[in-house]
Design a protein. Structure first.
Length: 373
């Protein structure tokens, strides 16, 4: 008797995906993430296109202004026009505060009206705090009605969203970064350089880093500060407050295109992100992927990536003394820097690479589309 022949396994079809978010010329985590999705492993799996809703020279993010209202309605109209040609519309947003939530809702409704599966990706690091307000919880529940899935990038954000949204609507997909070559670094380069990448604003802890740097100099630990970043959404006043508080040995590097970031990491000995709040910052993962040891504050999911004492150090936010202690350990010991950086690279390879993220998003897309058929 001839054994039955199994039917051939269907080849998964390529979905048509429209990414919606603020890409270049904007800077920061969301533009970097969008570029990674559009040009990385996800684009090998699906047909990925980008609708860039960044508006150059508009420092009004998160604020209710007439200009923001006009731009939001124009962006929603652009989503409505494009969504009908795509299986999935994937909207990227900080998803807090109120104005940002309402904007994401309008974009999601525009996509849903054209019959697309709608995914909202919540990148913000203050979602959990924002959702402690009762009115905010009601608003989030209503705003996310058109979304089929809401993606969190850190565990506390996922847990907070699960308290207000229906079961099964929220999931966690870890951020990931591309794995380039680990650069050669001269362990004897003097003075060693501490690199910060992010917006120039007090809430990112830049002034805490400045204070820690002064403490290090008082202890006789020679080093330079290299700050790479631009003007925050709060406007030039916040940036000016940071600039006024920096020590003389600080080098302001401005902003760089994502393609040029590898060189910035290669030119540093230690990476530091002293933020007051974060989700899962791409800059930390990029630094680890480049073989840099990391000192960062224990906020968001940084502690899941940076294993204290193994791949770097995590310290409490707004504690310059503890920040200086951790930085000193690495600045004084080149061999420790090399070993810690290598361990960080392995950590990213195993858990936080762009390929790992792409596989997670692929499963998410297919689950949503299959359910909506």
């Amino acid at each position: 008797m001839t054994a039955p022949v199994a039917a051939p396994r269907a080849v998964p079809r390529r979905l048509r995906v429209l990414l919606v978010g603020k890409a270049a010329p904007d800077r920061g985590g969301i533009p970097t993430f969008l570029e990674m999705l559009r040009g990385g492993a996800l684009a090998d799996i699906h047909e990925v296109t980008l609708l860039n809703v960044a508006h150059a020279g508009v420092p009004e993010g998160g604020r209710l202004t007439a200009g923001n209202l006009r731009r939001t309605f124009a962006d929603a109209a652009a989503v409505w026009r494009r969504a009908g040609d795509h299986d999935v519309v994937h909207i990227h947003s900080a998803l807090a505060p109120t104005v940002t939530v309402l904007r994401a809702a309008l974009l999601a409704w525009a996509a849903r009206a054209r019959g697309s599966a709608v995914v909202v990706h919540a990148h913000g690091g203050n979602i959990a705090t924002w959702l402690t307000g009762r009115v905010n919880r009601v608003l989030m529940r209503a705003a996310m009605l058109p979304a089929h899935r809401v993606v969190a990038v850190w565990t506390a954000g996922e847990q907070a969203l699960r308290t207000v949204l229906p079961a099964g609507k929220v999931c966690l997909v870890d951020n990931g970064v591309p794995l380039g070559e680990v650069p050669e670094r001269d362990p004897g380069r003097r003075p060693p350089r501490i690199l910060y990448v992010g917006l120039l604003t007090p809430r990112k802890g830049v002034l805490d880093l400045a204070t820690a740097s002064r403490i290090l100099r008082e202890r006789g630990v020679d080093h330079e500060l290299h700050l790479l970043g631009g003007t925050p959404d709060e406007g030039p006043e916040a940036e000016a407050a940071v600039r006024d508080g920096l020590p003389a040995w600080t080098h302001l590097l401005g902003t760089r295109d994502p393609a040029d970031m590898a060189a910035a990491y290669a030119e540093a000995e230690v990476f530091c992100l002293p933020s007051w709040w974060e989700a899962m910052p791409l800059s930390v993962l990029e630094a680890m992927a480049s073989g840099l040891p990391v000192v960062a504050t224990d906020v968001g999911d940084i502690g899941r990536a940076v294993q204290d004492g193994a791949t770097g150090f995590v310290v409490p936010p707004q504690d310059p003394e503890r920040l200086a202690d951790a930085l000193e350990k690495l600045l004084r010991n080149p061999s420790d820097r090399a070993g810690t950086g290598a361990a960080g690279r392995r950590r990213v390879e195993e858990h936080f690479s762009s390929d790992v993220t792409a596989r997670g998003i692929d499963r998410l897309y297919r689950g949503v589309v299959d359910r909506e058929r």
